[in-house]
Design a protein around this ligand. Structure first.
Ligand SMILES: [Cu+2]
Length: 172
């Protein structure tokens, strides 16, 4: 009797863990989609594929046609606030180790893994994006909080997982 009880207990525990894991996974997927939309450089709302404008060979996405008109008046004012970086995750670290922007900039991180899957995690900016080998992930956000923020790995990737660390510096 006792044995049967224990078996049921273990089974129920396993089931709970499976559901908990799935929930976590779904959250991660949802945040990935959100961050992939990009940000309107004019009023920092989520951008839409419908409203694009190409300037000096580069295509920018906006949230509405009015923002495109605003942008056209003074493109440099908005372009200089977009800071683009390549970030490579590997066992066990990030390259580069420091990303620096000014408060109010749009940080655009093009992240990729050099080897196994990793996660780019910045707690204070609510960012948690999985990165794979040979697949660039776009992470875009408005750097509206100044300070120094750890960039950590959120997907267990081996022995040195906990030592993976880079830093986002947002200057006033
Ligand atoms: Cu990792």
């Amino acid at each position: 009797m006792r044995l049967i009880f224990n078996i049921i207990l273990i089974w129920a525990l396993g089931l709970t863990l499976t559901y908990a894991n799935e929930g976590h996974h779904m959250m991660r997927e949802a945040s990935k989609v959100q961050q992939n939309l990009g940000i309107c450089p004019v009023i920092h709302e989520p951008a839409s594929k419908e409203y694009s404008y190409t300037y000096e060979g580069k295509t920018y996405y906006f949230c509405c046609p009015m923002c495109i008109e605003e942008f056209k008046k003074e493109p440099q004012k908005y372009i200089t606030k977009i800071k683009e970086f390549n970030l490579e995750a590997y066992q066990f670290g990030f390259s580069p180790e420091v990303i620096e922007v000014k408060k109010g900039d749009i940080a655009k991180i093009l992240a990729i893994s050099r080897d196994v899957p990793h996660g780019v995690y910045i707690e204070e900016y609510n960012i948690n994006v999985p990165v794979k080998k040979d697949q660039t992930q776009r992470i875009e956000f408005v750097a509206d909080k100044n300070g120094e923020f750890d960039i950590l790995c959120s997907i267990y990737c081996g022995k040195g997982h906990n030592t993976m660390k880079a830093m986002l510096v947002v200057k006033e």
